[in-house]
Write a new protein. Structure first.
Length: 426
């Protein structure tokens, strides 16, 4: 035990917190005031990432740029340059690579037509994994070809992101020179917090840390979108932009249900329901897919439950439970899985008018960090597997975040995933 309370754990990623202690007759220099600024900034960043988390807070949507909107009104010309967007300082190495790439070489700029593969990042706020606030005012236009490193231009899939940056501004003439160091006549008097646009053709790594507070931060870029099938000579279309790669603001990214192999609320024939439930087919069954790995040892009897509510023109509303079991994966062989299959193991038959209730107790299914799956079936909008949208003819095509497709979850974690389908004879 130490009397001063000095941290003894080397794993906590935070600098020593020392604040200036004033006393009468004290001599203060620029270094002292800079350290006091650093103290308050580090405290704010520590509080932000440990109590609240990091990710996109609001805005920062990636949108296509129309044919005739390459230079939108009110935008500063520099905003069209993703290296200087926002107003982050330019990267000399990137400019050197751009100038050194000769026409005809791999990754060289196409000459026979004008580049039109551009996207717009709307205004918004994000917090990176260090706790820095990234503010985009007014948005910016990104030329994907120019922003992409020359060595990665042989791809048609790119990722667009943003990261925190700083630059010195407002040169000021010094009244006194520093006697202990060489100083110029002018020094920058302010530091402007800005941002830098990042574009890559390589799939970015995923932040798989269970604790984003104490462990070091290695992923400084906040990725906003993946753009598929890019044609450098054609404008980017909205269907090519996939923004589900972005991280919502929070302490951790909850595991959610991203797909099921039945249509919620749909009506199936008796034969279709049998095939779906795997009544007579060992390879059949209900399939549930997750956004990340879950522990296979959590897939135990009782976690999934099938209940049938009898229908028909006569006496109805009686209920009975349909026996079932997990058909894979094997917990002894695979510690984690991204999906499971649950099939009927008894021979009860469904009749015209029945309703099959499917319950998945998500609070009992844990992910790699031993956190429960966020399973609330919000609006019944979880899409069918390999489908882009949920089966629905009503409004609310996108979840409240504005980023689709729909998944389960409200951010609270746990809860119960409920769904059903109806059975008709024909």
């Amino acid at each position: 035990m130490t009397e001063t309370g000095t941290p003894t754990s080397a794993g906590f990623d935070a600098p020593p917190l020392r604040r200036l202690r004033y006393f009468h007759g004290q001599m203060l220099g620029a270094r002292d005031f800079q350290r006091e600024q650093d103290y308050h900034r580090e405290k704010l960043k520590l509080r932000m990432r440990c109590l609240l988390g990091y990710g996109v807070v609001c805005g920062l949507f990636v949108e296509p740029v129309p044919w005739d909107d390459d230079c939108p009104p009110g935008e500063h010309p520099a905003a069209a340059d993703p290296v200087t967007a926002g107003p982050a300082a330019a990267d000399p190495a990137a400019e050197a690579d751009e100038q050194s790439t000769a026409p005809g070489e791999r990754g060289a700029e196409p000459e026979h037509t004008e580049r039109k593969a551009k996207v717009r990042i709307t205004s918004g706020l994000a917090v990176d994994c260090d706790g820095n606030e990234v503010v985009v005012r007014g948005g910016c236009v990104v030329d994907l070809w120019k922003a992409l490193p020359p060595g990665e231009r042989d791809t048609d899939t790119v990722w667009v992101g943003i990261r925190y940056a700083e630059r010195p501004v407002e040169p000021t003439r010094a009244v006194y020179n520093d006697a202990c160091a060489d100083t110029s006549d002018c020094e920058y008097g302010w530091t402007e917090e800005c941002y830098k646009i990042c574009v890559t053709g390589c799939e970015p790594p995923v932040d798989d840390r269970c604790d984003t507070c104490c462990s070091p931060c290695d992923h400084k870029v906040l990725w906003l979108a993946r753009i598929d099938c890019v044609d450098w000579h054609q404008p980017v279309r909205r269907h090519q932009i996939h923004m589900n790669v972005r991280r919502p603001f929070g302490r951790h990214l909850p595991t959610v249900i991203t797909g099921i192999n039945w249509i919620h609320g749909h009506t199936y024939t008796i034969d279709e329901a049998k095939a779906l439930l795997g009544t007579q087919d060992e390879d059949g069954g209900l399939v549930v897919r997750f956004s990340a790995d879950v522990r296979t040892d959590c897939l135990r009897p009782g976690v999934v439950e099938l209940q049938v509510i009898e229908g028909g023109s006569g006496r109805n509303a009686s209920t009975w439970y349909m026996g079932g079991a997990f058909a894979g994966p094997d917990a002894e062989c695979d510690e984690f899985t991204r999906s499971f299959r649950y099939r009927q193991t008894t021979r009860e038959t469904l009749q015209d008018g029945d309703r099959v209730m499917i319950t998945v107790r998500a609070a009992f299914i844990l992910d790699r960090c031993c956190r429960p799956v966020d399973g609330t079936h919000v609006g019944g909008r979880v899409p069918t597997i390999d489908a882009d949208t949920a089966y629905s003819d009503a409004g609310c095509d996108l979840p409240p975040s504005g980023i689709g497709p729909w998944t389960s979850g409200t951010g609270a974690g746990g809860d119960v995933f409920e769904s059903w389908f109806f059975v008709k004879e024909r």
